[in-house]
Design a protein around this ligand. Sequence first.
Ligand code: SIN
Length: 617
Amino acid sequence: MSTTGIRLLAPAPGWAHEADVVVVGSGVAGLTVALRCAAQGAKVTVVTKAHLDDGSTRWAQGGIAAALGEGDTPAQHLDDTLVAGAGLCDEEAVRVLVTEGPDAVRRLMATGAHFDTSETTGEILLTREGGHHRRRIAHAGGDATGAEISRALIEAVREAGVPRAEGQGGVPHAEGQGGVPHAEGQGRIELIENALVLDLLTDAAGNTAGVTLHVMGEGQRDGVGSVRARAVVLATGGMGQVFSATTNPSVSTGDGVALALRAGAEVSDLEFVQFHPTVLFLGADAEGQQPLVSEAVRGEGAHLVDADGVRFMQGQHELAELAPRDIVAKGITRRMQETGAEHMYLDGRHFGAEMWSKRFPTILAACRAHGIDPVTEPIPVAPAAHYASGGVRTDLRGRTTVPGLYACGEVACTGVHGANRLASNSLLEGLVFAERIAADIAAHPAAPGAPVIPAPSRFPLLPSEARYGIQRIMTRGAGVLRSAASLEEAAEALHRMYADAAELLERDGKTAEPCVETWEASNLCLVARVLVEAARRREETRGCHWREDRPERDDATWRRHIVATLDPPASHGLRPGGAVPAAPATLTIRTTDTADFAPGPLPGGPHPTRPGTEQQR
Ligand code: SIN
């Protein structure tokens, strides 16, 4: 049973599987945890929502930041990260990132990832991106860094002897239930693709005992089932789909954060959504995943200009187009407001055809596919949702506030990013903290008791079409530019959506049919509501949280983190006679703020908190 008693409505699990560790997600964070845990002898099950290579990692263009270049040091990388984070980074977490980062990248290379190197010296080529004072970003395939990292990790996972768990739709079955043999002392990795993880299973003492999940397809393990495990690692990526236009793939629906909230975990800094400044503009109504135009294009010398060719970032920041991402996104948005334009332009015509095709083949192809040729014309660009700087709150070992539940990568809030992630720090964070999580799991081998059988859920599901309503509400009310009024409107609209569904369930006993689309819509609605509550509470402008009604940064009051949890509803026992109690018309989102990042010894630990506010919504 999840610790809040709040769960997604789903059929009872019809099949069960056992592992030591369940890793949810198959990007750089998830696969690195899986490989390290298997190397330590654990039996690992990787659950991924689509195919192994369908997560966010493969879309990463620019690269991976680490102090690898001559003259660069972790201390300089730390300084740039702290400045970008606008006073809210956890300095200890950043120190871990920048000092352990270079070796983690070298281990990634030893795993098989090939970065671009100089034809003459053979050394790794490093580029610049926003907020970095020096060339520090390793890249691969020009602008296909994530794809190369993903390829290398998937290959390593397959070499580790990966059987696919039986009965997944659309993928070949493993030979037999046990999978392929594995080397002595080496664990093994099983794979469940096309599977949406629903909720955490816990034992009677509240320890993580596994997950429930739904496998899409036919076979022995189709439909809802459970995987029992002593550790669950959320590596589910981001929540970009909460907005209409995003660089994130369609699978990025905030599933990990929503699961963690229902499980009673703390989430932090959710108001800090990073809007990437230069996303290919495909029209004001464009929805879903939009093509990214990497910051590395600016790093190599492309300029941002308005329709009259004016370089409007000059004079706004010493780094002009290469200022931290939030500053460039604001600069573009302001210029759009001043000129009434729907987008600005990125001009890289001076690169010439050869550089475009060698250095930025992915971006060149994406632009040309949409009828724009960057060799001969400036690229129309506008900001779009890109990265969740906040997420499930963890300590330096990736532990959340629920025993046995870990979070890694974009879904996590380790304290590294503060109010605004420094460009290309995310792949590095996934790598470094994945290794720490694997070490912590190996150091704590205790097994949980049997999972508590959950009572039937009494919480409504939202209809699948709610996804688009949520995206429009969030884009209008909690996008690049926010205010108390816009956030209030968004909060009301999201609350109405949930309350209507709860009323329908209470009055007519009806709710949307449990399926992937309705689970995703319900997850999106939950994370959107928590995000909006955090954004309402943060009454200042800081990093990527931009309040037009509170334009100044306020260190005296707000050098603090907003931590949110879901409160259990007042009663969640069964009604006499075994009937399921009424659907609660409200969900209680509690937000508190804390000066310190560290969640302390887990679970709990002393947090210097100010009194919480409860939002009965
Ligand atoms: C980019 O290439 O601009 C994106 C890299 C990142 O998000 O760190």
